[in-house]
Design a protein around this ligand. Structure first.
Ligand SMILES: *Cc1c(COP(=O)(O)O)cnc(C)c1O
Ligand SMILES: [Zn+2]
Length: 417
């Protein structure tokens, strides 16, 4: 927090004092997303990348100088961040990519990258003296908020608005963590606006990544980790699936911070992946027209966002990185889910696997070349959505309870010897 200068509106440039409960620009309303500005000169004097070598903190708080929080604020007792980066040759070989890595964010405490934002939200809520925090979510933001609240010693209660279609695994998870869960009979957009009204009326702390400027600062730690894990030598591309657009904008922000500090000498190009049945950001990018609401017609629930709340930030981030957006169909996503698990041992949910499907498409279209270094961010665990995974895998082989017949079957399959 020492190094935060202001919150600045991305529309009109107006600056605000960095209060914990400042969300949007007063002039620009819903378009007036704010961005946290740091004094990079001051950070440079206080912090060097060599300092990280002796830093034993393996959570995202390892990058405290680049976080808008007070180091004294009580934290959820969970290891958020510090997820592994794996080189995955078998997967890369499938499409002729010689240097492919996976950033496995399924290994966050509640199973998704959203923990990075929720962790920060729980800190900011306390700094705002709130004891109630609310969000609307397609699932992961909600279950991660519930988990991070559960892991806090201080008094805090989470209220969560989910659209009816949220997968059972995510629902069960957030209920188990003890949050108040409100299943809105409507779309994600409906859940969002209902939560907005409730939050305004009741004065809860707002953990909607869309408008809370601090959450991107939590999510950006995935980029800080990637850079450190790559010894500050940047890949050519980072691939991430896109719903609201907060995650991809956050990845860009993380690299931008490091570039400003002079710790990296270029920023990677970003490939944003959307589902064909719900791709408002790709459409705006390709047609260079304003964002328009679309249907939410995809199995990949975490990126089924018809009216993305961070679309503008996402578009700017990808443009500045000289990146691209690409769409993938549900069939491709299901195939990708299975391949990802089979060739890497990492079981991602459909929205996470969409990133792999998008990379395959980009390689096919020769947007990405075989020799380029690529990092795929795997944003959430498959364990929360068994229904979609079963669509990808099919049912197991049903066998009679009889050894002789089993051996016969094995020999027919060519599994013997
Ligand atoms: C939220 C989420 C995304 C997309 O992040 P946005 O900020 O909505 O663009 C991708 N994958 C998973 C698993 C998610 O939970
Ligand atoms: Zn403004």
């Amino acid at each position: 927090m020492r190094f935060v200068i202001a919150l600045r509106c991305i529309e009109c440039g107006l600056e605000y004092e960095p209060k914990a409960d400042r969300y949007l620009c007063e002039q620009c309303g819903e378009n007036g997303l704010l961005e946290v500005e740091y004094n990079y000169q001051k950070i440079k004097l206080a912090w060097r990348k060599e300092n990280l070598k002796t830093n034993s903190d393996r959570t995202m708080c390892r990058y405290m100088h680049l976080l808008p929080i007070n180091p004294q604020t009580p934290r959820p007792n969970l290891r958020v961040g510090g997820t592994p980066l794996y080189r995955v040759s078998k997967l890369g070989d499938k499409i002729g990519l010689s240097a492919l890595w996976l950033k496995d964010d399924t290994q966050n405490p509640t199973g998704s990258l959203k923990d990075r934002a929720s962790f920060l939200a729980v800190l900011k809520a306390q700094e705002a003296q709130a004891t109630k925090i609310a969000c609307s979510s397609t699932g992961n933001a909600a279950s991660s908020l519930a988990g991070n609240v559960a892991a806090l010693s201080e008094k805090m209660k989470a209220f969560i608005f989910v659209p009816q279609r949220a997968p059972a695994g995510k629902l069960a998870q957030m209920m188990a963590y003890g949050a108040e869960v409100l299943s809105v009979r409507g779309s994600y957009k409906d859940a969002y606006y209902l939560s907005k009204k409730a939050i305004e009326r009741l004065g809860y702390y707002n953990r909607n990544a869309a408008i809370n400027p601090y959450l991107i600062e939590g999510k950006k730690t995935v980029a800080l980790e990637i850079a450190e894990q790559c010894s500050w030598v940047m890949p050519h591309w980072v691939v991430v699936s896109v719903g609201d657009g907060c995650t991809i904008a956050a990845v860009a922000k993380g690299f931008k911070d490091l570039y400003q500090l002079g710790w990296i000498d270029k920023v990677p190009r970003l490939l944003g992946v959307q589902a064909s049945g719900c791709a408002p950001i790709t459409k705006a990018f390709v047609t260079e027209s304003p964002l328009r609401e679309t249907e939410e017609n995809t199995i990949a629930d975490s990126i089924a966002v018809g009216s993305p709340r961070n679309g503008q930030k996402a578009l700017m981030a990808v443009k500045e990185s000289r990146g691209r957006f690409i769409n993938v169909g549900d069939e491709e996503i299901l195939t990708a889910l299975k391949e990802l698990a089979t060739y890497t041992g990492i079981y991602g949910e459909s929205a996470a696997a969409a990133a792999w499907a998008g990379l395959k498409a980009a390689k096919r279209e020769k947007l990405i070349r075989g020799g380029e270094r690529v990092i795929l961010i795997i944003t959430g665990s498959g364990l929360k959505d068994t229904n979609n995974a079963l669509k990808a895998t099919g049912e197991p082989l049903s066998v009679p309870n009889d050894a002789k017949e089993l051996l016969h079957l094995f020999s027919k399959k060519g599994w013997i010897g």
